[in-house]
Design a protein around this ligand. Structure first.
Ligand SMILES: Cc1cc2nc3c(=O)[nH]c(=O)nc-3n(C[C@H](O)[C@H](O)[C@H](O)COP(=O)(O)OP(=O)(O)OC[C@H]3O[C@@H](n4cnc5c(N)ncnc54)[C@H](O)[C@@H]3O)c2cc1C
Length: 241
């Protein structure tokens, strides 16, 4: 029994992986992952109306006396919390790389438009204030790209980079927010029109600082490592803990 708001593809998915309490007294050591069939009796989902990311649905899922076969346990019992923590590294890295890629694309579109649109007898790309703005954005995109690529290499090499992935998500999604705002501005009135891609990119970028853990939570994870000397370590199996 229970419910969860904000589930990506919660309405259109065929099955759901839910983190459920299998030993409520054990807190984080009492959570397990279950694969739940979307058509299970008692499972319902409501589609939510949202600002952006409309290519996927976001749903609120409710469980009312839903029965799940024991064989649908994913991994070890009561290890769910640690699996989720581990997954956050790849989720945050992918959100960071998406933020960098969409920023680079927005800049590319803007550079093209700036070369085509004339105002006061000059194309936009001749106005120094706008030239400096694109230079600043390009520099920040390159810095973020290099950081994210280096983290992917470390991640693939097996390093457990919780703090660094949080840093990458924090900075890259903040950057995407700024870049979309500034690139939309380059398009003037057309930036506000749905006929041009910037309107959608502007809306979509806003999720970056919320989904997969907010920017404030990213700062919290980083601060815990820096100030409280928290050492993030990969999950051990139930036998080892
Ligand atoms: C489109 C979309 C898709 C999503 N998909 C999924 C999904 O598939 N699966 C899933 O599990 N979740 C999903 N989420 C949920 C998402 O991860 C959460 O919305 C997000 O982590 C923020 O949690 P919250 O909404 O409960 O905000 P809250 O926790 O209520 O936070 C509200 C505000 O308070 C701030 N805050 C909270 N705690 C602290 C603190 N300790 N210090 C400082 N500030 C703090 C937050 O940063 C935020 O600004 C999705 C959300 C959206 C919008």
């Amino acid at each position: 029994n229970g419910s969860k708001t904000f589930i990506t593809n919660g309405v259109s998915s065929d099955f759901i992986i839910a983190a459920v309490k299998t030993d409520p007294s054990a807190k984080r050591r009492g959570i397990s992952l279950l694969i739940i069939d979307r058509d299970s009796p008692g499972l319902s989902a409501t589609k939510l109306n949202k600002l952006g990311w409309r290519a996927s649905d976001t749903g609120e899922i409710a469980f009312d006396q839903v029965k799940v076969p024991v064989k649908n346990l994913l991994g070890e019992e009561n290890m769910g919390f640690f699996y989720i923590m581990q997954h956050f590294v790849s989720e945050r890295l992918s959100l960071a790389v998406g933020a960098v890629a969409s920023s680079a694309y927005a800049l590319e579109l803007s550079l093209q438009y700036m070369g085509e649109r004339s105002a006061f007898g000059r194309t936009l790309n001749k106005f120094q204030v706008l030239r400096h703005r694109v230079a600043q954005m390009a520099a920040e995109i390159e810095m973020n790209r290099a950081f994210v690529y280096s983290l992917y290499q470390r991640y693939q090499a097996g390093e457990y980079i919780v703090k660094e992935a949080s840093m990458a998500k924090l900075l890259a999604t903040q950057l995407a927010d700024r870049v979309m705002t500034q690139c939309l501005q380059m398009f003037g009135g057309y930036g506000f029109m749905e006929d041009y891609p910037l309107a959608r990119m502007f809306r979509d970028a806003r999720l970056g600082q919320i989904g997969g853990g907010t920017s404030e939570i990213m700062c919290e994870i980083i601060a815990k490592a820096l100030i409280d000397q928290v050492r993030y370590a990969p999950p051990k199996s139930e036998q080892e803990t």
